[in-house]
Design a protein around this ligand. Structure first.
Ligand code: ZN
Length: 147
């Protein structure tokens, strides 16, 4: 188990665009494992690689402590509906705010075995997918807060 430092708002790496992963090697798998450890250690429901200072399109999500998703090059291929709810972020501690997100999203990603997966999420899972994927494009939830 290895924990990584979580980058905080103001760190410019959080504002950069992450690159696609072209090869799933041991280095990538270690990064993903460390992301999972770091997410659980901080009681987060999701973490994106830029949050630990790595500009690669990697996201881990677990919103119910039952289903852990490790996503490589995730892409939202369908979204619908609209929902407002409060969000927070390990990179922006002590800030919470209401953000509008699609209520349903379908995400396509490569799993750790190199297989292409399609996942449909609603509610908190949809919200979390959108939040984490935004990180890969340098977007933070505070950019989208509406009061
Ligand atoms: Zn976040």
């Amino acid at each position: 188990m290895a924990l990584r430092n979580v980058r905080l708002n103001g760190d410019e790496i959080l504002r950069k665009k992450s690159r696609e992963v072209d090869k799933i090697d041991d280095r990538i798998l270690t990064i993903i494992d460390d992301m999972v450890d770091t997410m659980y250690d901080r009681d987060g429901v999701g973490l994106a690689a830029p949050q630990i200072g790595i500009l690669k399109r990697l996201v881990v999500i677990d919103v119910d402590n039952e289903n852990l998703y490790k996503m490589i090059n995730p892409k939202i291929i369908k979204s619908s509906g609209e929902a407002v709810d409060e969000e927070g972020c390990l990179s922006v501690p002590e800030t919470r705010g209401n953000v509008v997100r699609p209520s349903n999203v379908t995400v396509e990603y490569t799993d750790v075995n190199g297989e292409l997966k399609v996942l449909e999420g609603e509610g908190l899972l949809a919200r979390c997918i959108c939040h984490e994927l935004d990180h890969l494009d340098g977007i933070l939830f505070i950019d989208k807060i509406k009061n």
